[in-house]
Design a protein around this ligand. Structure first.
Ligand code: HEM
Length: 207
């Protein structure tokens, strides 16, 4: 497997973070409401992983190193795994598994609906992130995977709704997302590609 020496540590680090948080909860290091802190951390973890996944293609274009995109599928699936744990944590710790309370919860906290939409989008991407779906869907696969952009916006709106009074952290994520989305504008991504090829040519000996 190509880049196994890079893929394996990425896998181990991302897989071990939720265990570390669980350990902290067990060691009473997460304050008086560890369930809520776990839900928040998993939600934030999902958003960070989503942004890192979005950054990989520009990083590859910028540096020319294909190791970045070698971990793209893995990190996309980890985003979905963290979001699933975030949802599971919400149902278990906040809702106490009283699913019948969900309609009343949605009226009280409408941001849950926005998070759910982002989650359904992530589910669609996770289910079709295999070679079989790529072959079956052909051109439509790329179109479907452009869903990642509205998902980022929904996740940011969902977070803003939760953290309203502490918008500094949100503003940082929003600025990173805006930069990464801007890099997808054809004029900018083309300029990045041209900059990279100019750099490669000038780095060749004798040129
Ligand atoms: C069915 C889907 C989802 C549900 C039910 C849900 C529910 C929640 C709830 C209840 C909170 C607030 C917890 C609290 O502090 O009381 C929250 C916060 C948050 N969620 Fe979600 N969420 C969902 C999907 C997502 C997704 C897909 C993402 C990101 C990709 C996400 C990212 C976040 C973030 C960043 C926060 C703020 C965490 C913080 O305060 O640091 N959520 N979510």
């Amino acid at each position: 497997m190509r880049y196994w020496w890079w893929r394996l540590p990425v896998f181990l680090i991302v897989a071990s973070v939720p265990f570390y948080w669980l350990y902290q909860a067990w060691a009473f290091a997460l304050g008086p409401d560890p369930g809520k802190v776990l839900v928040d951390r998993l939600g934030q973890g999902a958003l960070v992983l989503l942004l890192i996944t979005l950054a990989l293609t520009p990083l590859q274009r910028f540096t020319g190193w294909s190791g970045w995109v070698a971990v793209r599928r893995q990190l996309g699936l980890w985003t979905f795994a963290y979001a699933s744990l975030h949802l599971g944590g919400y149902l278990f710790f906040i809702l106490g598994l009283e699913i019948a309370r969900l309609p009343e919860e949605i009226v009280e906290r409408p941001y849950i609906l926005v998070g759910s939409l982002a989650f359904v989008g992530l589910l669609a991407l996770a289910l079709t992130s295999n070679r079989w779906s790529m072959r079956r869907l052909g051109k439509r696969w790329k179109q479907l995977h452009r869903l990642v952009y509205p998902i980022v916006l929904l996740a940011l709106l969902h977070m803003l709704w939760v953290v309203r009074s502490d918008a500094g952290r949100w503003a940082l994520y929003a600025a990173i997302a805006a930069f990464l989305l801007a890099l997808r504008i054809p004029a900018l991504s083309g300029a990045l590609g041209r900059w990279r090829s100019r750099r490669t040519i000038s780095a060749k000996p004798g040129i």
